[in-house]
Ligand binder design. Structure first.
Ligand code: HEM
Ligand code: HEM
Length: 184
């Protein structure tokens, strides 16, 4: 399988980034929603640590992905039986997903700082909050972080449904382009 994107589909690295991002977003979202149900103490702290680490990894993968797209553009989404405006809608959804993959973790970083808490960098170091704890501000930012996170999941849900419609109903190569092609 090719490392780089080709006219046949996404390369191994862009695919790995895509599917790893899917897993990390699912982990971060689940821990964001249900982390509070973990018993108070070590377990809950560990949940927040994994939540933050997954969110930071999402931003790092996003930066690598955007740099990769610049030097090695994704394959043109032309192999569809649908009109050009639907192809454009799919592309617009990708841009919206990029924006949300950035905005959700950034809002999370602001939230952690607004609580006066430091941000652990994968257990290797920590960035101390530049602010003192502000309850009202952190409450508002938590709301923003949550709404953005749910919006990301809704857009990703439509995006995944579109990929499955392409595969099972339109029977084109859209999903196959994002799946490993062995023996190439
Ligand atoms: C793709 C990445 C992320 C997703 C999908 C996500 C999602 C969520 C969700 C759904 C919640 C629950 C909100 C609520 O019920 O009020 C939450 C809470 C939270 N998130 Fe994130 N988040 C992400 C990244 C981050 C990052 C990078 C940080 C910090 C550096 C962060 C910090 C927090 C904090 C401090 C909470 C509150 C936790 C609590 O009090 O229990 N998040 N997140
Ligand atoms: C959190 C969930 C997801 C996010 C954030 C996400 C994000 C993205 C983004 C930004 C792209 C543009 C190409 C790239 O930069 O990699 C993309 C492409 C793609 N995604 Fe997802 N995705 C998610 C889940 C899924 C799921 C569950 C499926 C399959 C059921 C899927 C199938 C595809 C396909 C087939 C493409 C290529 C479409 C094309 O360009 O022709 N994605 N995704």
């Amino acid at each position: 399988m090719l490392i780089y994107n080709s006219s046949k589909g996404y390369g191994a690295i862009p695919q790995a980034i895509h599917w790893l991002t899917v897993i990390l977003v699912a982990v971060a979202w689940s821990l964001g929603l249900f982390g509070d149900d973990l018993p108070k103490g070590t377990l809950r702290d560990a949940g927040l640590f994994v939540h933050i680490s997954a969110g930071l990894a999402v931003i790092i993968l996003l930066i690598i992905r955007l740099a990769w797209n610049f030097f090695n553009p994704p394959p043109f989404a032309g192999s569809t039986t649908l009109g050009i405006w639907l192809v454009r809608l799919g592309q617009a959804a990708h841009y919206l997903l990029y924006a949300l993959l950035f905005a959700v973790p950034v809002a999370g970083i602001v939230l952690q700082f607004a609580r006066g808490e430091s941000i652990p960098i994968f257990g290797l170091s920590e960035i101390a909050s530049p602010w003192v704890k502000d309850r009202a501000f952190s409450g508002n930012v938590e709301e923003v972080h949550e709404v953005l996170a749910h919006t990301l999941m809704i857009v990703a849900g439509f995006h995944a449904a579109a990929a499955l419609i392409h595969h099972w109903i339109l029977r084109d190569q859209t999903l196959a382009r994002m799946l490993p092609r062995f023996g190439e």
